[in-house]
Design a protein around this ligand. Structure first.
Ligand SMILES: [Mn+2]
Length: 398
């Protein structure tokens, strides 16, 4: 098993090297552009296609058929790693290693599931994988009311309308998501999970925001030693949308709440996936101020645009995902990328949900074409920053 010299150094001297790593360039100093890839048999996009997207050398992947709570087998990690490498790419990180509900609820078996999570992290670290995205959302992953809203140009996008969501029961929500998913299994909306939706709601009945927060802190404290040992950056994904849905608590929604979480476990390996399209759903969030406040703790960036169709004071909230360009949505994408650049971001980045265009048959949000356009656009913005802004005096993240 090949290990890079850096990994060997980190494995042995990680604790000692941490504070001085920057000076010896043990870390990269540039962002790493990637695309998410769900794995052969799950994704309509192939590694060979991703290999041809300019500037993309890595993928973010997962063991898509793994069950939350199970320890990942080393052989399974090695197999997917080899497949990615054989295609001329690398695994830049994992999205996601999902968290068992017992950990989120604080149930009787949580220590057992945390032990399994630690085993997974250990094996990922041994395979030279150092970034893990996860989320701490109860029952549901991301929520949208439509997966294929038709745009003027004939493309389709994911969209959210509060009237449609507020009047619906969770199980009906699942049926409509399932119907529009083009036959793909959407992350977080796995059928076996949704079959248990009522039971899950029952389990979360006694879990309020404070309890969920404490359970997250408990989990993070337990895994930090293995993250320190293998230099693994944990990157929590925000709740999407960034407010409570269906009466369930949501805690990774705003700058204040996130800063509290970062302080509660004040270790650089306890960090964020900064997803502009998730935090940005809540218009009270100032994305650039947020990036500055979390400087040094953003390990993974999902950068995409949204278009709001209702005024900020309208009781009905309606938004849709747009192409990545600033001109097609409500966010100033240059300002977002510039803020990441200026604050020393040197982590993994990827375009996020794209539109479905050019007749592609794909998982909603995860077609090749619009994400490839997004990756190219974001790299253009980054290049503009590199050529006009001197960040040599900025302490890179680590
Ligand atoms: Mn995201």
């Amino acid at each position: 098993m090949f290990k890079s010299p850096k990994t060997v150094l980190w494995t042995i001297f990680g604790d000692l090297l941490e504070p001085i790593s920057h000076f010896f360039e043990l870390r990269g100093d540039d962002m790493e552009m990637t695309l998410r890839w769900y794995g052969t048999g799950f994704d309509s996009v192939t590694l060979q296609q991703i290999r041809q997207v300019p500037g993309v050398h890595g993928v973010i992947t997962t063991l898509y058929d793994s069950v939350p709570g199970d320890a990942w087998e080393l052989s399974a990690i090695q197999k997917i790693k080899k497949e990615v490498q054989d295609a001329g790419l690398k695994i830049a990180g994992i999205e996601s290693v999902n968290i068992h509900d017992d950990i989120k609820i604080g149930g009787g078996d949580r220590d057992k599931y945390i032990e399994n999570y630690i085993k997974t992290l250990e094996r990922l670290g041994q395979e030279d994988i150092h970034m893990v995205c996860y989320n701490f959302m109860p029952v549901f992953d991301w929520t949208r009311s439509e997966l294929a809203r038709l745009c003027e140009d004939g493309s389709t996008v994911l969209a959210y309308n509060s009237k449609a969501i507020d009047g619906v029961k969770p199980e009906e929500m699942f049926a409509s998501i399932d119907k529009d998913s083009n036959g793909f299994i959407l992350p977080g909306w796995e059928p076996e999970r949704m079959a248990r939706v009522k039971e899950l709601f029952e389990m979360y009945k006694s879990v309020d925001e404070e309890k969920l927060f404490n359970n997250l802190v408990y989990f993070l404290k337990a895994i930090m030693p293995v993250c320190d040992k293998y230099n693994i950056d944990m990157a929590i994904h925000p709740d999407d949308p960034a407010w409570p849905v269906f009466g369930l608590p949501r805690i990774i929604t705003s700058q204040d709440k996130v800063c509290r979480m970062l302080k509660a476990v004040d270790n650089p390996h306890n960090g964020l996936t900064f997803c502009t399209g998730s935090y940005g759903t809540n218009r009270k969030n100032d994305l650039c101020e947020f990036i500055k406040a979390a400087q040094g703790r953003i390990h993974f960036a999902h950068v995409r645009n949204l278009k709001f169709n209702t005024a900020i004071d309208d009781p009905v909230l309606d938004f849709q995902e747009s192409a990545h360009l600033s001109s097609t949505g409500s966010f100033d994408m240059f300002k977002i990328v510039k803020t990441l650049y200026e604050t020393g971001f040197d982590g993994v980045i990827r375009p996020d949900h794209g539109r479905t265009i050019w007749g592609e048959k794909c998982m909603p949000g995860y077609g090749l074409y619009d994400r490839a356009l997004g990756a190219t656009y974001l790299q253009g913005l980054w290049e503009a920053c590199e050529k006009t802004i001197d960040r040599s005096g900025v302490k890179l993240y680590r």
